[in-house]
Design a protein around this ligand. Structure first.
Ligand SMILES: [Zn+2]
Length: 245
């Protein structure tokens, strides 16, 4: 293949732009925010299920508390009725003595039930504060995720802007290089990551290997517009002032 030396030099600029595009792509895919967002989303999902458990537990304890309240109330009502009967003074002495007995036993029963009620109340408080703490934690995580997503989107927009500028430069260079040479370059690039390299101080700038004397002789003898390839890596070898020929 033959191509004017200026087209060959433009190929090196094209390679520089493609390297930059590759770096931008790498920067985009390795943004620290990606990992952080994934981390926060996992934490949010874990905290959401913790919250479901905490709320269920709180509901259970509250039901238990209602029952404990009702138990205590039952005994109080019964005692109140007994006292009314006692105050009314109806019934014989034996009846009144029976009521007196029952009141004493109800008082003991009430003590026990109130003790139990207090214990359930304490557990309800603990369950409630667990729900509140988990709600706070969830809100904080959702906030953090929003902040990190915004940072990720801003960084992504920056990179996209830069990529757009480089891509526009690339379009112009592709025209300067010409379709035949670009096609060959793209084919090599798809295979080995880069398609063209300068010949610098008798070394291929792509694979960094020093050229054999025979190859150098061949390159020296070649016409200026002949498109050369590195014998080692196959890249298009572009002659420059630093080639050392
Ligand atoms: Zn090479």
């Amino acid at each position: 293949m033959r191509a004017d030396p200026s087209r060959q030099r433009a190929l090196l600029d094209l390679q520089t732009l493609d390297t930059t595009l590759g770096q931008l792509e790498h920067r985009q895919s390795t943004l620290a925010e990606h990992a952080r967002v994934a981390e926060l989303e996992a934490a949010i999902s874990a905290t959401e299920s913790t919250l479901v458990h905490a709320r269920t537990e709180h509901e259970d304890v509250r039901r238990e508390l209602s029952k404990a309240d009702a138990d205590v109330q039952l005994v109080r009502d019964r005692a109140a009725r007994d006292r009314q009967r006692l105050n009314a003074g109806t019934g014989n002495a034996k009846d009144l003595q029976g009521i007196q007995h029952e009141l004493e036993s109800l008082a003991r029963r009430q003590d026990v039930l109130e003790e139990a009620e207090l214990e359930v109340m304490e557990r309800a408080e603990v369950a409630q504060s667990r729900v509140s703490a988990t709600e706070d934690e969830l809100a904080r995580l959702v906030d953090d995720a929003q902040t990190v997503r915004a940072a990720r989107d801003a960084a992504t927009a920056d990179i996209a802007g830069e990529r757009g500028r480089v891509a526009a430069d690339r379009d112009r260079l592709v025209e300067a290089v010409g379709p035949d040479l670009v096609a060959l370059y793209d084919k090599i690039r798809a295979r080995s990551g880069s398609g063209a390299a300068p010949l610098v101080a008798r070394r291929c700038g792509g694979c960094q290997l020093e050229l054999h004397t025979v190859d150098l002789g061949r390159i020296r003898a070649a016409e200026e517009d002949e498109v050369l390839r590195c014998e080692e890596c196959g890249r298009i070898l572009v002659r420059t002032e630093e080639s050392g020929l």
